[in-house]
Every structure is written in C-alpha cells, then in structure tokens.
Unconditional design. Structure first.
Length: 124
C-alpha cells in the first residue's frame, strides 16, 4: 500500500474530467438559452375557427326523454267521466301476476313496483 488506488501521476484523468465538465456546462447553457428564447418570443397564433362542434352521441335515456317531451300530454278527462282505474303489480307476489292477467282489460294504468323496494322493506 505504498500508492493510492486512484492516483494519476500523469494528470490525464484530470484533463479528461475537466473537458467533460466543460462540455456539460456548455450544453446546459445552450439548453437554458433555448428555453429562455421560447419564453420570450411566443408566436401569436390566429384565432381558432369554431364552425360547429362535433356532435357527441347522447345517452339512450336522453333520446327517450326527448321523444317523450315531443308527444302531446294526455290528461284524464275530469268532466264527470269515470275515474282512472290503476292496478299495482309487484313481482315478488304470484297472486299479483295472476290478478293482473285476469283484469288487464279493466285497467287504465299499471304501476309496477321495483324488486329493490321489496328487498329494502324486508331488510328493515
């Protein structure tokens, strides 16, 4: 162990590292100057022309809602005619389906209950 491992008596390594460091410094200065130039000289762009936006497809339920709003409203007559006959159908009751099948000609409206309502009411 008379001489250190990284000792360079000729000095070539020092000159090489100095040249590489100088080259990196020059590259950093050139890149910083180029970046600063893009900040200072911003080209003015022409205004964008918006002739018409691209049509996006609407959801299916929106199409149905638009069609429904275009249809004329049907209001029940209140001039002494018969009242509305409304039937309720619940999918969890077999008698409900049988009753609906037997009386569907007598009904004006059928209101179907959602199965989630039944499961929520049973869990409470």
């Amino acid at each position: 162990m008379s001489s250190p491992i990284f000792f360079d008596s000729t000095g070539r390594r020092r000159r090489l590292v100095g040249r590489v460091a100088f080259g990196l410094l020059v590259l950093i200065v050139i890149a910083a100057t180029g970046f600063a130039a893009t900040l200072v000289e911003v080209p003015s762009a022409a205004a964008l022309v918006f002739g018409r936006e691209r049509d996006q497809p609407l959801p299916f339920l929106t199409h149905i809602a638009r069609i429904r709003h275009k249809l004329p409203r049907i209001a029940p007559a209140s001039n002494g005619s018969l009242p509305l006959r409304i039937g309720f159908y619940v999918p969890w009751d077999e008698e409900s389906a049988t009753s609906l099948h037997d009386h569907w000609n007598d009904l004006d409206w059928v209101v179907a209950a959602d199965a989630l309502i039944h499961t929520a009411s049973n869990s409470v």
